[in-house]
Ligand binder design. Structure first.
Ligand code: ADP
Ligand code: MG
Length: 569
């Protein structure tokens, strides 16, 4: 018959899906609508996991953190114009954090957009995306989908990872071509993250500094966690005997309880170290730019920096021994280089350990407080026990005080388990990260959220319930931003901009969608409720009542908050 003789056809929809699957991308974080709804239906029909969110920013954040966790680009798909813009915030955040991600947005007709004739959701998305991400591409022809997707993947993961925008005009999806030709046009990216070794000179320069150091220090950043070189890094640390610090999302690369961890002696080591080796950590605001009081006497240090991005060197201070390469390769070479030739700095390590024990002992009684209403330390003491007993659980964390105090108090034991506000210190990543953490790891997720931070992505509790994800959200509810005690100075009816409805019951939100809601007022109740949630795997939201007076303005970064000297608020 005519039908049997006709050549088999494929189209843009099918080729996008085939191109992604060919490159082992099997999860999509999306918000459906014109022109991608059928694409998402077909992707699910083809066995992809399609996780449909309520807002694109949260879908985008999920894709970004999936990239961090897996070292493959996380993919977010959105509709045009506003959907694209919502996703773009997450793409910019991913780029800032060096997470590989691809934002794929449908777009309106080029002919109309370029003449600005007022199309449905008209916007020149490619031009807008370009300055906010690592690379941006548009595919106009079905036969280019294979190479376009390959280019996006390679751009996202090679070198310093980051966000890539891929623009797919509506017309592309329905373009038809011969199926065999279509299959041939697909590209499986070969060696997307090639090993990059530094030169022998660069290695020797760094080794000389390390061997000559009296008080060396290694700082691991989230790039080191991302690199998945866990065993090499552990061997290097243990063979060298050097104390180490782990930046927030690097916590657990080595257990925070490791005898060489200087986490609880941070001020001491930053001030006193003479040689500091940075591994996948930037000297940005999170490290006081490598200078000032935090870093002790000016000129008292020499820096070694391991990073894949050559331009990161000398970004804030002189880097005496730059090691440009991928962390797995560089650490492997350094590990060989120290064998036999490096004397562990035992005296310095003992000084660091003594300081650490002293600080840990000082903190311990605060963490045992069972006071009600809870303060941050009492509540976090309970959550610290939970993670100690469940080291493979994922931890998501955002807020101000909730973030700063949790980072210091909750020890991490395994790599890439702590997901938080990252380089921007941004609020609103919580539920997107929690969803992807559950989807990508298959492990229970504990999301520790300030009440304000939660609000930015709170509607995704419906998503968590709909996909029945093992996510336990704990809201540190102190009725406001930083604190819940601000009042309107005019005495007017409006509340202060810094506070929320007092006594809010966030737990009821979860119940509205069939999840478990729990209201707790002391650390024992909190501990029990979290354990129950983690054991059952049911979507749970625990409203943890914190003393409204307990928070500090801006958490640990009050110094970044300008205040008026003319008018005291
Ligand atoms: P943190 O905030 O934890 O200090 P940053 O995000 O500031 O971490 O730094 C991460 C660094 O790691 C970035 O400079 C990035 O270029 C680098 N990086 C990421 N992946 C790799 C890799 N595989 N090899 C080398 N460097 C990497
Ligand atoms: Mg609050």
């Amino acid at each position: 018959s005519v039908v049997e003789d006709a050549p088999a056809l494929t189209d843009g929809f099918q080729l996008v899906i085939d191109a992604l699957k060919l490159n082992d991308i099997n999860n999509l974080y999306v918000v459906p609508g014109i022109p991608i709804s059928d694409l998402l239906r077909m992707a699910q029909a083809e066995g992809m996991r399609v996780v449909s969110f309520r807002h694109e920013q949260n879908a985008g954040n999920a894709a970004a953190i999936a990239g961090f966790m897996t070292k493959k680009p996380g993919v977010c798909m959105t509709v045009s114009a506003p959907g694209f813009l919502n996703g773009l915030t997450a793409l910019a955040n991913a780029t800032t954090n060096c997470f590989p991600m691809i934002l794929i947005s449908g777009s309106s007709e080029r002919e109309i957009v370029d003449l600005q004739q007022g199309d449905y959701e008209e916007m020149d998305q490619l031009a807008i995306a370009k300055p906010l991400c690592k690379a941006a591409f548009r595919i106009l022809h079905a036969q280019d989908i294979g190479i376009g997707v390959a280019r996006a993947i390679r751009a996202a993961v090679s070198g310093r990872p980051g966000g890539v925008y891929l623009d797919l005009p509506a017309k592309l999806f329905s373009q038809v071509m011969d199926a065999a030709e279509g299959a041939k046009s697909l590209v499986k990216v070969v060696d997307p993250t090639p090993a990059q070794y530094p030169s022998a000179d660069a290695v020797n320069r760094a080794l000389d500094l390390l061997k000559g150091a009296k008080r060396p220090l290694v700082i691991f950043g989230k790039g080191a966690a991302y690199a998945q070189a866990d065993e090499t890094i552990r061997s290097f640390v243990e063979k060298s005997g050097i104390p180490f610090l782990q930046m927030s999302m690097a916590k657990g690369l080595l257990p925070d309880t490791h005898p060489q961890s200087a986490g609880a002696a941070r001020s001491l080591v930053l001030q006193e170290a003479d040689v500091v080796m940075l591994v996948g950590a930037r000297l940005n605001w999170l490290l006081s730019h490598g200078k000032g009081k935090t870093w002790g006497k000016p000129g008292s240090k020499k820096f070694i920096q391991v990073d894949i991005e050559p331009r990161e060197m000398d970004s804030n201070v002189e880097i005496h021994a730059p090691l440009v390469g991928d962390i797995a390769s560089v650490m492997e070479v350094l590990l060989k280089g120290i064998e036999g030739g490096l004397t562990p700095p035992t005296e310095w390590m003992a000084t660091v350990a003594a300081k650490r024990e002293q600080n840990v002992a000082k903190m311990a009684p605060k963490l045992m407080s069972n006071a009600s209403p809870m303060n941050f330390h009492g509540a976090l003491g309970a959550l610290r026990r939970v993670i100690k007993e469940r080291p493979d659980a994922m931890l998501v964390n955002e807020g101000a005080n909730t973030l700063d105090l949790a980072r210091g108090i909750i020890d991490m034991y395994e790599p890439r388990k702590r997901l938080d506000v990252g380089t921007w210190g941004v609020m609103g990543v919580g539920m997107g990260y929690a969803v992807a953490a559950a989807v990508e790891s298959g492990k229970p997720v504990l999301a520790v959220e300030g009440d304000s931070a939660f609000g930015f992505s709170g509607m995704e509790v419906e998503t968590i319930c709909r996909y029945n994800l093992p996510v336990c959200i704990v809201i540190f509810n102190n009725n406001g931003i930083y604190r819940g005690t601000d009042i309107n100075p005019t005495g007017g009816a409006d509340p202060s901009p810094m506070v929320f409805v007092p006594g809010s019951r966030y737990d009821k939100m979860m119940e509205a969608f069939g999840g478990v809601g729990v209201h707790v007022t002391n650390p024992d109740e909190l501990y029990r409720a979290v354990n129950e949630a983690m054991d059952s795997g049911r979507p749970t939201l625990i409203n943890a009542v914190i003393d409204p007076a307990a928070g500090t303005e801006s958490g640990n970064i009050g110094s970044l908050n300008p205040t008026s000297s003319v008018r005291k608020m």
